[in-house]
Design a protein around this ligand. Sequence first.
Ligand code: MG
Length: 162
Amino acid sequence: MGKCNFRVGFGYDVHKLVEDRELWLGGVLIPHTKGLLGHSDADVAIHALCDALLGAAALRDIGFHFPDTDPRYKGIDSKKLLVEVVKLLKTHGYSVGNTDLTICAEQPKLNPHIPEMRQVLANCMDVDVDCVSVKATTSEKLGFTGRGEGMSAYATVLIVKE
Ligand code: MG
């Protein structure tokens, strides 16, 4: 039996919201009173996307490739991690088909930032902007995202073996 040339992947991530941090989401700096806490810039959306891409290629996860104990990744712009992940996939013969990302946050309103996020993510992955979907939702004030204690993100991707 031959292997399928189309592969799907799924990614999920959570980061805590704290004072005195910049809020980076989908590679874009978003004005807000709080930011996400993490070893990197804590861009929860890009992290979910990286995990989905790695998962589609069965190449482990973001923590395996970029450990949060490694000082090289302290404060790093997560866009650089996404570029590295896409490069790694290319070396395994994969290219990105399309990606679909959902960010769950009670505040701030993310809709005005979605066009820029799509463009930035498309540039990082070297695909057309219509291959990149970004959606925003709240959790209706329920749970940790609803209380504004953190944000979560979910990503689905399709990759193609050349
Ligand atoms: Mg993360």
